[in-house]
Design a protein around this ligand. Sequence first.
Ligand SMILES: Nc1ncnc2c1ncn2[C@@H]1O[C@H](COP(=O)(O)OP(=O)(O)OP(=O)(O)O)[C@@H](O)[C@H]1O
Length: 230
Amino acid sequence: MIDFHAAAVEVTAPEGRLTILHPATLTLAEPRISVIGANGSGKSTFARLLNGLVEPTSGSVRVQADSWLDTVTDGAAVRRRVGFTFSDPGAQLVMPTALEDVALSLRRRYRRRTERDEAARAALERFGIGELADRSVHTLSGGQRQLLACASVLATDPAILVADEPTTLLDLRNSRMIGDLLMSLPQQVVLVTHDLDLAARADRTLVIDEGRVVFDGDPAAAVAHYRGLA
Ligand SMILES: Nc1ncnc2c1ncn2[C@@H]1O[C@H](COP(=O)(O)OP(=O)(O)OP(=O)(O)O)[C@@H](O)[C@H]1O
């Protein structure tokens, strides 16, 4: 569960103060929530507020894991419970091999190296990329990196997953695989996407336009609203 209370984001740009997200008050309780909108409308800003990667300049964003946590004052605890995958997986893959990358995200949970590597290998298998365990992340295709980034984040078993354009780099087969996976996870999922078919599979869809949530509700109606804007 996620709660926005008059949360807004302003930045300082050469042309002065800009509001990139106007105050939003909403509660996200549905298991699958999709966020759609044009390039530059504010979707990533909205998504990054959910785990404190972006802090609201006014208002607040709180997430409920075991208790309610504020994304600013409880930032580290929020980031342990809210997993985030970036549209560019290169931004989050930091270790030389696929296995080491997943193992890194498991270092808090498993102190012993052998247990950690075993759990990391199991996470890779779950995503159908077990055979890539010992490959250098630099030799992976864009789609394989995206799958690895998802495996690394989900291996930590976050309470909520925020996925920012997780299928952008993927071919049809892998987009379907990631889409099916996101729709079947036990965690709450907030998904930012330009894939309107995938967005429509959510329980609730937000449309963001010029920094405002301009539609919030039924996914099919949201997609129709977005098409109307375009
Ligand atoms: N730190 C910043 N300083 C100035 N402008 C910013 C900053 N962060 C974001 N913006 C601007 O805010 C707007 C919203 O950006 P955001 O990345 O949230 O859009 P988006 O909807 O995710 O776009 P896309 O679909 O292209 O990824 C854009 O115009 C962007 O240039």
